[in-house]
Design a binder for this molecule. Structure first.
Ligand code: SAH
Ligand code: SF4
Length: 366
């Protein structure tokens, strides 16, 4: 069996080198060739001895998921549909902005947490992505976005400057693989991103939030979506296990180690469900002891969701209530709408648990 070197962070590559009788410093060279220079072919790795290159080409591969579709929206947002085998698809989205380029990365095929407004959640859970499939999204995007005048010999001219784990799946439910991929994003010999530029978004898996704080404290976003347990229990069913007060306490614990001094709360705006002034006022009270910012996300519709997007007016009023209480609040711009690349629309060509092929939002990009 050949080994996929995209599955390894620095430590894993060092172990691999030891196993094949090579010196540990080879791991650093490999890391740079694979992640800094984006190479997939050992022949290109010019400072490795010829014998070693030959040995590697027998024992190992550098294999990212396959690109099935590659679409660019009018606003420049780019979405890749990637195959991860057995008819399973995942999606990765690149969002260019004036001073940064953010890559939205998937962590699972489907998701078990079944939030009622989420297209990925509606598909049920299929499987966790491997490290190679997670970091492979960053590897692929950097390669695809490479411009002619940037030979990627340093991390400073990369297109991807920020990563958000906000694609398909719950990153903290695939903890070990996600943390290994995060290690690579942060590693100076790989992608060299600062902790502040890498964000994990979670629906609130408290024990895993505590573990992340210890293992790899990157920036944290928490999908709150409701001001009280009764409503959150319905929208984000994991709330029945990890209710709001405990979740907020976990956020405060996380902040002791976090690279930023606030948690970002994501709040999807659902017409008539969680978008009223009373909800905003209740929210202000709930979070008063937790340093935070709010990001209001206009609901992105998909067929059969049963929800409607709040009017721009309700979103503005909601924001004003939070702002008047001193909470920094932004309204997320909907990007890549015309290619179904917006939050919660990522679906891939995934089969649900009953093996029925779901009607996915990918239909919209045909
Ligand atoms: N599982 C993680 C990360 C992936 S979802 C989480 O839930 O945080 C990324 C964000 O998109 C979350 O805040 C999620 O609640 C939000 N989202 C899901 N479906 C959406 C939709 N249809 N419209 C807008 N936002 C949505
Ligand atoms: Fe899973 Fe996040 Fe979607 Fe909830 S919102 S179902 S946790 S991907």
């Amino acid at each position: 069996m050949t080994t996929n070197l995209l599955d390894y962070d620095a430590k894993g590559l060092a172990n691999f080198c030891a196993e094949i009788g090579e010196k540990p410093f080879r791991a650093k060279q490999l890391l740079r060739w694979i992640h800094q220079f984006g190479k997939a072919d050992f022949v290109d790795m010019s400072d490795l001895a010829k014998g070693l290159r030959e040995k590697l080409s027998i024992l190992a591969v550098i294999e990212s998921p396959q690109i099935i579709r590659d679409h660019t929206a009018e606003d420049g947002t780019r979405k890749w549909l990637l195959s991860v085998g057995a008819g399973n698809g995942i999606e990765t989205v690149f969002i260019p902005e004036a001073k940064r380029g953010t890559l939205c990365v998937s962590s699972q095929v489907g998701c078990a947490l079944a939030c009622t407004f989420c297209s990925t959640g509606k598909q049920g859970f299929n499987r966790n992505l491997t490290v190679a499939e997670i970091i492979g999204q960053v590897w692929l995007a950097n390669n695809a976005l490479k411009t002619d005048d940037s030979d990627q010999d340093s991390t400073s001219n990369r297109a991807v400057t920020n990563v958000v784990m906000m694609g398909m799946g719950e990153p903290l439910a695939n903890f070990e693989n996600v943390v290994t991929a995060l290690d690579l994003m942060l590693d100076d010999h790989a992608y060299g991103l600062s902790r502040r530029r890498v964000t994990v978004s979670t629906s609130g898996l408290i024990p895993a939030m505590d573990r992340l704080r210890e293992r790899c404290p990157v920036a944290l976003a928490v999908s709150l979506h409701a001001p009280n347990d009764a409503l959150r229990d319905q929208l984000v069913p994991i709330n029945q296990k990890y209710p709001i007060k405990e979740l907020l306490a976990a956020c405060r614990r996380y902040l002791q180690a976090a690279p930023r001094d606030f948690v970002t709360f994501e709040y999807v705006m659902l017409d008539g469900v969680n978008d009223r002034v009373e909800h905003a006022r209740e929210l202000v009270k709930q979070v008063q002891d937790t340093p935070c910012k709010f990001n209001l996300i206009p609901f992105n519709a998909f067929s059969g969701s049963g929800y409607k997007r709040s009017s721009s007016e309700s979103v503005r009023i909601f924001r004003d209530v939070l702002m008047q209480a001193g909470l920094v609040t932004t309204i997320r711009k909907t990007r890549g709408d015309d290619i179904a690349a917006a939050c919660g629309q990522l679906a891939g060509q995934v089969k649900d648990k009953t093996r029925r092929t779901m009607q996915t939002t990918m239909a919209a990009v045909k």
